[in-house]
Design a binder for this molecule. Structure first.
Ligand code: HPA
Length: 269
């Protein structure tokens, strides 16, 4: 693993990437934020040693390095999903790379389904905590104590101080920011109505197919985390049917708001 990371680092450093403060993972339909990075260096995932090929339509599939809101960032325009057939270790490999580049924090974003009955499509949600319901974990296997502990404490996975900053920014902008627990499923099926009733009973406010593994690895690597979800639809059983087109439409509708929330919060972190 360390050797792989070193090879990846060498390649992206040769492309001009230097140390970073923040890693950014931009979910479905939210990748445009990376277009606002100044003096960007863009590197296609396909060119990076040990990066898998992303298969999701609508994701650019590149790293974008540069400055955003006065911070040095490395953004992923499109992420790797477990449902694409990648191992959890592969899905989270870019987070390892971000940590190795000196990142102290990760901002993770996603599109997800709303489980909380007070949510509406188009709402943005600050993630307060997560439930790993994927049935897998990226830390299964030998642990490298140099990177992180065998049994990471997930008590404060989503950094309180960052959540408070994001809430203050939202308030100032009069932007309605929901808060809640994100429950990660493997996908690629959307959930059944029974699974959504179950999710609500166990304390989920939103459900999705990403984020959980990346945040586990971020915590393992000692990174602070800010998570922002876009509720693109109400979860199964709460609306007539689900489809990817609606997910895309909703992210398009709210992406301006999403971008300003993330940019202004980043500036204040
Ligand atoms: N479920 C899972 N993932 C999703 C959803 C959903 O309802 N909407 C967008 N991503």
């Amino acid at each position: 693993m360390t050797e792989q990371i070193n090879q990846t680092l060498e390649f992206i450093k040769n492309a001009g990437v230097k140390d970073i403060d923040f890693g950014l993972i931009l979910g479905s339909g939210l990748g445009e934020l990376a277009d606002e990075i100044t003096e960007p260096i863009k590197i296609s995932y396909n060119d990076i040693p040990h990066f898998p090929v992303s298969t999701v339509v609508g994701h650019a599939g590149q790293l974008v390095y540069g400055e955003l809101s006065g911070k040095k960032v490395l953004a992923m325009q499109g992420r790797f999903h477990y449902y694409e057939g990648h191992s959890m270790q592969t899905v989270t490999y870019p987070v390892r790379v971000m940590a190795a580049l000196g990142a102290h924090s990760l901002i993770v974003t996603n599109a997800c389904g709303g489980v909380n009955e007070s949510f509406a499509p188009g709402d943005l949600m600050l993630i307060t905590d997560q439930i790993n319901f994927t049935g897998d974990n990226p830390l299964i296997g030998a642990n490298d104590e140099k990177i992180g502990p065998r049994f990471p404490d997930m008590s404060n996975a989503y950094t309180l101080e960052y959540r408070e900053t994001a809430k203050k920014i939202a308030e100032k902008r009069q932007l309605h920011l929901q808060e809640g627990v994100y429950m990660g499923f493997s996908g690629p099926t959307y959930e059944t109505p029974a699974e959504i009733r179950f999710a609500r009973i166990v304390g989920a406010d939103a459900v999705g197919m990403s984020t959980v593994p990346e945040v586990i690895v971020a915590v393992h690597s000692g990174l602070k985390v800010l998570g922002i979800s876009c509720i693109t639809n109400l979860a199964a059983g709460m609306q007539a049917s689900l489809n990817h087109e609606e997910v895309v439409e909703t992210t398009n509708r709210v992406k301006a708001e999403f971008k300003s929330l993330v940019k202004e919060t980043l500036a204040a972190l």
